[in-house]
Design a protein around this ligand. Structure first.
Ligand code: FMN
Length: 325
């Protein structure tokens, strides 16, 4: 099960934990990496550079294994100019990740192009989350080492193509390793991803419902107990399409779509406070609870290391069962 991307990053299993704002912090990243997968700190829309440095050091004090940092490489138009640049905070998060020589840098949104040369100089492996073949080709032209093809089934920001069509199409479109994401939560998903030609999986929702995730117990329980139809795609969180658990927050905004502001204003004024309420304070009606259609496959809140090992065990069994056909 050790695919070429595992060797490139230095991990034992092709199970990568998605960088998720607020919930994927040092404790979760360390647990996943220590178990042989790739743990990733998610900086999301609210982490400050000093906090990121502390998080990186906290992972290092818990494990010697490689781990990653996921940054939303969103750009803004500088005042009076047509040039798009990273926001001040994004630039400083990139600087911290480069200075600390974290093993893997992931761009969760936008292009990491400007950071790729520096990252490679420091031996950092760069991956980009993409939702369409053309974005995958653009990321490869920008110099990334691998792409994460995340389908519309997934939690958080989504494109328009479902995982089962997107992943093989991206494998055909680019000549770098592809990791599959979106709606995958167990070893059957990992086995399918390998059959599609991907070299591993990037699991978000599954890892929220673990002991080490920094999510409120109510959010974890909603994920563990929901079925696959419990989510909806809305721009209400950030101004961009995002898959959330359907609740009073998403219902309220579905009647006020014309009042949703463009990214990132909607996130700063509405989504971020609602995310704190939902993800950290346990308000599962008026809070933002991102989750994929994978919610229907979760069912429990185990330690994250157990998820890594179980996913690999199940994938081996699924591949063996499939090969009898
Ligand atoms: C709570 C939550 C927060 C997320 N935040 C980010 C983020 O900050 N950066 C990013 O690249 N992706 C983010 N995502 C998307 C994940 O990286 C991943 O693509 C998605 O979770 C995969 O689908 P799954 O949830 O069905 O596993 C987030 C997803 C969730 C559920």
């Amino acid at each position: 099960m050790r695919t070429p991307i595992c060797r490139a990053i230095g991990i034992d299993y092709p199970v990568l934990q998605a960088g998720m704002g607020m919930v994927a912090q040092a404790r979760l990243a360390a647990a996943v990496s220590e178990a042989g997968g790739l743990g990733v700190i998610g900086t999301g829309l609210s982490m400050m550079p000093d906090e990121l440095r502390e998080q990186i050091r906290a992972v290092r004090s818990a494990t010697r294994k490689p781990f990653g940092v996921d940054i939303l490489f969103a750009t803004v138009r500088a005042e009076g100019s047509s040039v798009l640049t990273y926001t001040e905070n994004v630039s400083r998060l990139i600087d911290v990740t480069l200075e600390e020589r974290v093993a893997v840098l992931v761009s969760g949104l936008g292009s990491p192009e400007a950071a790729v040369p520096d990252a490679h100089d420091r031996g950092i492996y760069v991956m980009s989350v993409i939702g369409a073949e053309r974005h995958a080709r653009k990321a490869v032209a920008a110099g990334v080492d691998a792409v994460i093809a995340s389908g519309r089934d997934g939690g958080g920001h989504v494109g328009s193509v479902g995982t089962a069509a997107l992943v093989p199409a991206v494998v055909t479109a680019v000549d770098v390793p592809v990791v599959a994401a979106g709606g995958l939560a167990d070893g059957r998903g990992l086995a399918a991803a390998l059959m599609w030609g991907a070299q591993g999986v990037w699991l978000g929702t599954r890892f929220i419902a673990t002991k080490e995730a920094a999510a409120h117990a109510t959010y974890k329980a909603r994920i563990a107990l929901s079925d696959t139809s419990a989510t909806t795609v809305t721009k209400a969180h950030s101004g961009k399409p995002c898959r959330l658990i359907r609740n009073s927050f998403t219902n309220f905004w579905s009647e006020r779509e014309d009042q949703i502001q463009p990214y990132p204003r909607q996130a700063l004024e509405v989504g971020n406070p609602a995310s704190v309420r939902g993800r950290l304070e346990g308000d599962d009606e008026w809070g933002v609870l991102p989750a994929g259609q994978s919610v229907g496959l979760v069912g429990s809140v185990p330690p994250a290391g157990k998820v890594v090992h179980q996913t690999v065990r199940e994938a081996r069994a699924a591949i063996a069962a499939g090969s009898h056909c």
